[in-house]
Design a protein around this ligand. Structure first.
Ligand code: DAH
Length: 348
């Protein structure tokens, strides 16, 4: 028996040298301590010995079993540690490598200008409304005092969609009519509506078949042109800087009387004259005026009782001026180099 045990030990010492993988461990366990393993075989042979010998032999077999298990276990630990180390090494991160640049987004500047408008007007108690881009002729023209066949329609080369009744709105002013009608002529109106508008213009640096306007309307009692002037002053200062001045020049719109154009003092040259203001010191940014009594009454407000003002800003124009962009088309192309530039301008 002793020789047998010694032989098994020697064999194990040899075998263990070539154990290098988890599968080798499985195999060597089976060979020595598995069901039909060499050490297990020794235990099975116990019955062949005389009872008085069994105790001593049993001890020897137990010892060899423990010894063999320990040797295999140690090898298994070594192999597992080696595998783990290798894995850690291959997954290690070199913190000295340069990081990949993260492209940070920023609000689109056209959107930002619109948000500035919304913020200022909401702080003055205005609500922000939406209106359909596919509009009825009735709202886009008729209720704004521009009846069918009126020459004022020619100024807005309109995309008609169906039977001269439906069109892509050529201005955001129809939302004035929609809001007044929805309020029923009984309560004051304070609204702005930023939105897309469409005209059959050829696209160039200052025209686009699709552009954005920011419409505004206030209807209440005893409103005057100076209320409109004060309101325009607030938004002009917020958008273009505290030292911005405003002035009105006479103009003509069918839905306002009197009608004006809003000029702001040139923020670039401060009135001295430069190429942005075409050497006049002033830049036009909106059309505006006192709401025409016909519009009020067609939209359910009694003009003897109610009056108000309205305005329409060109959103792209404001953004172009504010951020020094000289081609309107850049807002609508998808060149990331340009839109990223917008991001940078915004972050300046
Ligand atoms: N809708 C006008 C346009 O597209 C702009 C405008 C002028 C809007 C005067 C108004 C206004 O509300 O009162 O040219």
């Amino acid at each position: 028996m002793k020789e047998q045990i010694l032989e098994i030990k020697n064999q194990l010492v040899e075998d263990i040298k070539s154990v290098n993988s988890p599968q080798d461990i499985v195999d060597i366990k089976a060979k020595y301590i598995g069901k039909t393993g060499l050490v297990t075989g020794l235990m099975k042979n116990m019955k062949d010995y005389a009872p008085e010998e069994r105790k001593e032999i049993g001890q020897m077999v137990n010892e060899i079993k423990n010894e063999v298990s320990e040797i295999i276990q140690n090898r298994e630990n070594e192999i597992n540690t080696a595998i783990l180390n290798k894995k850690l090494e291959s997954e290690s991160i070199d913190i000295t490598l340069p990081a990949t640049e993260i492209k940070e987004g920023a609000p689109n500047i056209l959107e930002k200008v619109i948000e500035d408008f919304e913020e200022v007007f909401m702080s003055m108690g205005y609500d922000v409304y939406d209106g359909p881009e596919l509009e009825e002729d009735k709202y886009n023209f008729e209720l704004l005092n521009i009846p069918k066949g009126h020459p004022a329609r020619d100024a807005q080369d309109t995309f008609y969609v169906k039977d001269d009744e439906y069109l892509l709105r050529s201005q955001t002013s129809p939302v004035q009519a929609r809001v007044m009608l929805s309020l029923g002529g009984t309560e004051p109106v304070r609204m702005i509506c930023p939105g897309k508008t469409y005209r059959r213009d050829d696209d160039d640096a200052t025209h686009s078949h699709q552009f954005m306007q920011i419409e505004g309307l206030l209807v209440d009692h005893n409103i005057s042109l100076s209320d409109l002037k004060g309101t325009c002053d607030v938004i002009a200062k917020k958008l273009f800087g505290e030292d911005t001045e405003t002035r009105f020049k006479p103009s003509y719109y069918q839905f306002t009387e009197p009608s004006v154009e809003l000029d702001i003092s040139c923020f670039n040259c401060k009135g001295k004259g430069c190429n942005i203001c075409k050497n006049t010191g002033w830049i036009t940014v909106a059309g505006a005026g006192m709401v025409h009594p016909n519009v009020l009454s067609m939209c359910g407000y009694d003009p003897k009782e109610w009056n108000g003002f309205a305005f329409g800003f060109g959103a792209e124009r404001c953004a172009m001026l504010k951020y020094g962009i000289n081609d309107l088309r850049t807002f609508y192309n998808t060149d990331l180099r340009e839109t990223r530039n917008f991001d940078r301008k915004e972050q300046d």
